[in-house]
Write a protein that binds this ligand. Structure first.
Ligand code: NAP
Length: 266
């Protein structure tokens, strides 16, 4: 098995990475940064975002595994003290491959159209003032948005930024994107729905710039600033990310464990 490990970079995650390499060598796994079959992320959900973007070109060929060195994660299901168990299972068992939807945008500027893929979300914000954009769904105008920004999230990203905006938590088996508002202004000129909306795979949404404005576009943890964005087309990406599951990792249990104080009362 060809594998690569990406560490968050802190001392503990780096130590665990070294331990992973030692145990993996004993099992005959091959370190291969260029063409891995398995990408192991050691750190947190943020580390998985880095791992995903590092191996985006090979997303159809690789499966991801997450080990968390802090709190329980949405993408990182193995605990540090379970490392031996994970490597034993990687050597001796076949994983179940679980595939999660991704979001795609096509960014239109005078230079042409550029595509980007996200695992969590895209955000669009004004740099110098409020963002002013028209939102079309399937080529029909929905609304004119003025406010701090818009977030387009994937189902697995729905528990991240989207959730802070009161967006719905979506199960990753539902191929969809969610559009959530950040502080919209509502008056006679600008009127928005005020709730997040969820688009199925066969729909698309266009965000069209309505003035000369410097915009900040984020793609998960990455960001781009431009003053010539004409429009952004958002849809469910044709590609998916694969996770190798060596044991069950139910999404709703993760939601409960991350967000609900699950203290038993005697
Ligand atoms: P960060 O600011 O260091 O971390 C943001 C937090 O989001 C971390 O606690 C991270 O978990 C958590 N997170 C990441 N993906 C998640 C997911 N799918 N579900 C639940 N929680 C998740 O930034 P970063 O590590 O580079 O991550 C970038 C992400 O930060 C963005 O994709 C965005 O979702 C999130 N963000 C959230 C807000 C907000 O909620 N107001 C604002 C900006 C950005 P770990 O500690 O396990 O890494």
């Amino acid at each position: 098995m060809n594998y690569v490990v990406l560490s968050r970079g802190d001392k503990y995650s780096n130590e665990l990475t070294e331990k992973f390499h030692l145990l993996a060598a004993e099992r005959g796994f091959t370190r291969n940064d260029k063409e891995p079959d398995i990408v192991v992320s050691i750190g947190g959900d943020g580390t998985m975002l880095h791992a995903f973007h590092t191996y985006l070109e090979r997303v159809d060929e690789v499966a991801f595994v997450g080990i968390h060195t802090g709190h329980l994660g949405f993408y990182a299901d193995w605990k540090a003290d379970e490392l031996e168990e994970l490597i034993r299972m990687m050597a001796e068992t076949r994983p179940r491959i679980v595939r999660y939807p991704l979001a795609e945008i096509l960014l239109e500027t005078p230079e042409g159209v550029t595509g980007y893929i996200s695992l969590n979300e895209f955000t669009l914000k004004g740099v110098d003032g409020t963002l002013v954009v028209q939102v079309n769904i399937n080529d029909e105008q929905l609304e004119t948005f003025r406010g701090d920004g818009l977030v387009i999230s994937t189902p697995s990203g729905s528990t991240a930024y989207n959730k802070s905006l009161n967006g719905a938590v979506i199960h990753p088996s539902i191929p969809s994107i969610q559009l959530a508002e950040i502080a919209s202004i509502n008056n006679r000129v600008y009127r928005t729905l005020g709730t997040s909306i969820i688009l199925p795979q066969h729909h698309h949404c266009d965000i069209i710039s309505k003035k000369d404005q410097r915009l900040l576009l984020t793609i998960d943890h990455l960001s781009i600033q431009r003053n010539d964005i004409r429009s952004i087309r958002c849809s469910v990406a044709p590609r998916k990310i694969s996770f190798a599951r060596y044991r069950p990792f139910p999404f709703w249990n993760r939601v409960r464990d991350a967000f609900i104080d699950y203290t038993e009362l005697d």
